[in-house]
Design a binder for this molecule. Sequence first.
Ligand SMILES: Cc1cc2nc3c(=O)[nH]c(=O)nc-3n(C[C@H](O)[C@H](O)[C@H](O)COP(=O)(O)OP(=O)(O)OC[C@H]3O[C@@H](n4cnc5c(N)ncnc54)[C@H](O)[C@@H]3O)c2cc1C
Length: 421
Amino acid sequence: MGKLHNVIVGASAAGLAAVEAIRRVDKDCPITIVSKEPLPLYSRVGLTHFISREVGYDGMRMRDDGYFDRMRVRGLMGVAAVAVDPVAHRVRLSNGESLAYDNLLVASGSHAVIPPIPGTDLRGVYPCITNVNATQIDAAIPSAKEAVVIGAGLIGIQVVDAFARRGLKTTVIEQMPHVMPAMADPVSAAMAEETLRSAGVTVRCGVRASELLGKNGQIVGVRVESGEVLPYQLLVMAAGVAPNIDFLDETGVTIHRGVLVDAYQRTSVDGIYAAGDVAETVDMFSGERVVNAIWPEALNQGRIAGLNMAGVATAYEGSMAMNVTTVIGTPIASIGLWNPKVGEGHQIREVRDDRRPTYRKLVFDGEQLVGAMLVGDFEDAGILHNMIRTRITFTLTPDHLAPATIRWGTVLRAIGKAGRV
Ligand SMILES: Cc1cc2nc3c(=O)[nH]c(=O)nc-3n(C[C@H](O)[C@H](O)[C@H](O)COP(=O)(O)OP(=O)(O)OC[C@H]3O[C@@H](n4cnc5c(N)ncnc54)[C@H](O)[C@@H]3O)c2cc1C
């Protein structure tokens, strides 16, 4: 019997992590990767660094153009998967081809949610999801006097940060009471808002855009729900993302907020796996089902899917929140169970200095560190992340960890005491 044919839809974090995991185990099984986007292989995390001019166009690349040849992968770039027949084990492609698969990985990521308000088709209105969007936004900056970003989540805040670095007068509109509602608590969000305001950014929370106004097909302003009209010539829509699942219609694959997978990244349909922004996994702390649309999760899930597709049964320990960004030079991170529900018995230890600003909130379940919210002082974010993910704090108690940044030396001494080395 010949080797199994692995077909992967999507050539980004999850898809390429799967390729690399398969190749570690099996050097020559046939792999085909299908990507709606043409070369180059780029990272979405780099888009706002390109817009800010911190990196050039090539700075967004995550692999060179020879990657597929080296990995012995057939790369069908600029080709979309349009339908899947799970009985015949075939994927229909936009180029007319029908591709047979033994294992199919859905690593198709997510797209920007465009709110159902008038005017979203005007010139000067862009999502910020692809390298094409980034070049469009970059090109629109010189002729814009003022820009607005709708949505102050991770993507929106990074766009605001890039605009501020380019010296563009910018407003951010967020319908929730504070910025970064899914990755910051009110204390750290207030610090971020203060940092943004001191850099000249206008922050408007608890406000919803109701209409985008145009002149000759070009955006000229936004009407908000109070009726107020604000003038802008460039708008970035960052109101959330949703999974790319249209080609899975009629497959019987179970979909809730994302494609439901088990610990082996298997969907409800035999031979079909899913990983990354498109997949709904289980949060390792709460046990709740989540779509955790972040880069490290896409890498982890892609790797697990690839190993299982290659026949190495590997279970995923569950997904973990890990949001890190920089707001006008101030780093902010939320890791693990950073915002526990009241009444679940967690111990919260906080140290805060509004002037610098710095904030260190650690969440413990008994002696076990389970979450961290950090603003400003970041040196031990990696150490804390490790302790949270592995659920090992060695002999370090909340009293060791909570007051200030800890160093690797402290950790190594604690490992020694715990008899682990
Ligand atoms: C501007 C921006 C900044 C970000 N910053 C951060 C950050 O700082 N930290 C962080 O952790 N995360 C960040 N993210 C999120 C991170 O980029 C995503 O979590 C990650 O890219 C998900 O990887 P993925 O492989 O699951 O999907 P994606 O990267 O979305 O890739 C999916 C690929 O599949 C393709 N595709 C879709 N449908 C089809 C189809 N039918 N046929 C063929 N191909 C298809 C898509 O075109 C795309 O190329 C950011 C995202 C954006 C947009």
